[in-house]
Design a protein around this ligand. Structure first.
Ligand SMILES: [Zn+2]
Ligand SMILES: [Zn+2]
Length: 178
């Protein structure tokens, strides 16, 4: 590259505005099939509580069955939604979604979830120029060479927005372009 001391500034990345609504954005990640499955599961637990269990002569009272049904149904509902979340979240982090979905379903005592949230990779970020998904350690887009962070135009060291001089080669950086 022949550009001397022009600071290269990547185009603004879409969808990186972090002001609030983070939890709702994560919820929006859960696929529709997980919501449907969660509701069906919740309904099935209620049906079992009020149609199957009363056949047992030692069945708990109606009040207990309502309480247990809502409790067990809610736990399963959240569990199914979390499976849907892991299925989508693993994909956007470049992890194997099929493997992780199976792990969180079949590893007992929620250990699959705990493992997942402990070791999940940082999120991949789309290139602001061409949309290629960038691994967390990439400094440049492998498809169009757009820098992921502002870098010194002379030595390609990452610099902070607002820096006046490169922290590596000491050359003056032009004001980042808007
Ligand atoms: Zn690109
Ligand atoms: Zn430099």
């Amino acid at each position: 590259m022949t550009n001397t001391d022009l600071t290269q500034q990547p185009p603004a990345r879409p969808g990186t505005n972090n002001s609030g609504g983070a939890f709702r954005r994560e919820l929006a990640l859960i696929p529709g099939w997980a919501y449907v499955l969660a509701l069906v599961t919740f309904g099935a637990v209620q049906a079992a509580m009020h149609f199957l269990i009363p056949r047992d002569p030692n069945a708990p009272s109606f009040g207990e069955r309502v309480f247990l049904g809502i409790l067990a149904g809610s736990v399963l509902l959240v569990w199914v939604l979390l499976i849907g979340y892991v299925n989508r979240d693993s994909k956007r982090r470049g992890m194997n979604p099929r493997l992780w979905t199976l792990l969180v379903i079949f590893v007992p005592n929620a250990l699959g979830f705990i493992l997942y949230f402990l070791i999940r990779k940082p999120m991949q970020v789309p290139c602001g120029n061409c949309g290629t998904m960038l691994q967390p350690n990439y400094r440049f887009c492998p498809k169009c060479s757009t820098p992921r962070y502002p870098v010194c135009g002379h030595c390609n060291t990452p610099v902070q927005v607002g820096d006046l001089f490169c922290n590596n080669c000491g050359r003056m950086l032009h004001e980042p372009m808007k």
